[in-house]
Design a binder for this molecule. Structure first.
Ligand SMILES: NC(=O)c1ccc[n+]([C@@H]2O[C@H](COP(=O)([O-])OP(=O)(O)OC[C@H]3O[C@@H](n4cnc5c(N)ncnc54)[C@H](O)[C@@H]3O)[C@@H](O)[C@H]2O)c1
Length: 463
């Protein structure tokens, strides 16, 4: 009898646990209804333009390099240069002169000076490289004034901003692209091509990160904006370098959709010390953990692991990794590829014995494959990209593709929904963390159209 009672008690406990598990609530955020008369901007195109007339806003550490790259791309006309600080505008005028380009109209003196530039009708594209809190308001103003926008990462820092950018792009039919350069790095582009050709089998799991100690950079940011943002915000506030290449390889909103995430962070250890060093003040409530990890599951049953750490000493890493049913790629700390036997053409592996499913390919075969699988447009651009540079050439490829697509009236490689999906990790990881790592639903930013486009691809003009 005692025994029966014991088993009954355990069974009831298990049922209770099971029910409790089922009660774990997914936190959902509001998806605003699409305003009447507005349609999605998937595959958005604009009339082709021979010359793309560009205005730059934000000329601190990052902006001038973009000005320099654009000045070396044919079919661009740099019309405007804007920064709060006049001397930064002047430095960029000197870059233009050095490269044989005419001086542009300069705008400076206040955080509102950009408005005059956006109101001019001799500009097609506004390129924004300010601190994060200015990105979305400036981009919205520019689109409202008939300009396409390209915005540095992360383009938006809240769900409100994300939805505003989507609604403005949908209503004005202007391109709104986030300048996520890491999707153009050679390793990422080559492995994306391998994935699309089925070399990894079915891609099941991906990883990405931004692990970059910023000790040398904190003193350089304008008005200390970056440390200030880290101090006030918990969560993965700089997720786009890690998640961008992952989303392209998983065809997010092109056949799959991120369904929910959970996040976990460490306590904040080094943040307060950096604040003390930078400002001389004590900081008892530094919000951002030294390390934040996020797990995401997609509707098609894939997983993603994204990490953020800008405070501990460790080697730079974007930890890009692709785990497939029949192959594997990893970029940090060293490039690695691995394929099940039979995945590769015999001609590719003829000189190599003992390829197996638990050791990476020999380094020289790995390198040869990475080169071979670079799409032809990248092979054609490679020499110029490496010479002009920008993180080894990927920044140039990004700018080149943006201009090429605008000139040819093609859809851009990244649309406003990519921006939304990659940026939403900031606010959504914060919600998860503030609720004991609870699962948080990732909105369908396309509002029902995530399965309309089949697979990620680059657009090219018909020859
Ligand atoms: N994609 C990458 O690899 C990469 C690398 C570095 C920086 N970034 C991004 O680039 C952006 C700029 O970073 P940074 O390192 O150059 O910062 P920074 O502090 O050096 O420069 C920001 C500049 O923006 C200007 N500014 C701010 N508000 C303005 C406004 N309303 N109007 C005109 N100018 C304004 C400031 O005067 C300053 O010159 C950030 O979004 C950052 O995340 C991206």
């Amino acid at each position: 009898m005692k025994r029966i009672f014991y088993f009954l008690a355990v069974a009831l406990l298990l049922i209770a646990c099971d029910n409790k598990e089922q009660q774990t609530k997914m936190i959902e955020t509001e998806v605003p209804e699409r305003p009447a008369g507005q349609t999605d901007v998937l595959q958005l195109t604009a009339p082709p333009m021979d010359t793309v007339r560009v205005g730059f806003i934000g000329l601190g550490m990052r902006g001038p390099d973009a000005v320099e790259r654009f000045a070396q791309i044919e079919g661009t006309d740099i019309k405007g240069l804007c920064d709060v600080e006049a001397d930064r505008v002047e430095k960029c005028q000197e870059i233009l002169e050095k490269l044989g380009r005419p001086r542009a109209t300069g705008y400076s003196g206040s955080t509102e000076a950009y408005k005059e530039m956006c109101e001019h009708d001799d500009i097609d594209l506004i390129y924004i490289a300010t601190d994060w809190i200015h990105h979305a308001p400036l981009a919205i103003y520019a689109m409202e004034h008939g300009k396409h926008v390209a915005i540095e990462v992360p383009a938006a820092i809240s769900l409100e901003e994300i939805w505003q950018l989507i609604n403005t792009s949908e209503r004005t039919r202007k391109h709104c692209m986030m300048l996520e350069n890491c999707v153009y790095d050679f390793f990422e582009i080559a492995t994306l091509n391998m994935a699309q050709q089925g070399l990894f089998g079915e891609v099941l799991h991906v990883e990405g990160s931004y692990l970059h100690n910023l000790d040398d950079f904190w003193p350089e940011y304008w008005n200390n904006w970056r440390l200030d943002f880290n101090m006030k915000n918990r969560g993965d506030i700089y997720p786009t370098h890690g998640i961008g290449p992952d989303c392209q390889v998983l065809n997010i909103h092109r056949g799959d959709r991120m369904e929910y995430l959970v996040a976990m962070d460490t306590k904040s250890c080094n943040g307060p010390k950096v604040v003390k060093k930078q400002t001389g003040k004590d900081c008892a409530d530094f919000k951002n953990g030294d390390q934040t990890s996020t797990l995401i599951r997609t509707v098609n049953g894939k997983t993603m692991l994204i990490q953020h750490d800008v405070l501990t000493p460790r080697p730079y890493s974007r930890m890009y990794q692709v785990v497939g049913s029949d192959g594997y790629a990893s970029k940090y700390p060293v490039n690695q590829l691995l394929f099940r036997s039979g995945q590769l053409d015999e001609s590719e592996t003829a000189d190599y014995q003992n390829l197996n499913a638990h050791s990476a390919l020999p380094a020289e075969l790995c390198q040869a494959m990475l080169q071979k699988y670079l799409p032809s447009f990248v092979q054609e651009l490679e020499e110029t990209a490496r010479r002009i540079g920008g993180h080894g050439g990927m920044d140039f490829i990004m700018d080149y593709r943006l201009i090429y697509c605008l000139q040819n009236g093609l859809p851009l490689d990244m649309d406003v929904y990519d921006m939304a999906e990659w940026c939403c990790l900031g606010p959504l990881t914060r919600i998860s963390l503030e609720n004991g790592s609870a699962p948080v639903a990732i909105p369908d930013f396309t509002r029902g159209a995530w399965n309309k486009v089949k697979g990620f691809s680059y657009a090219f003009a018909k020859k």
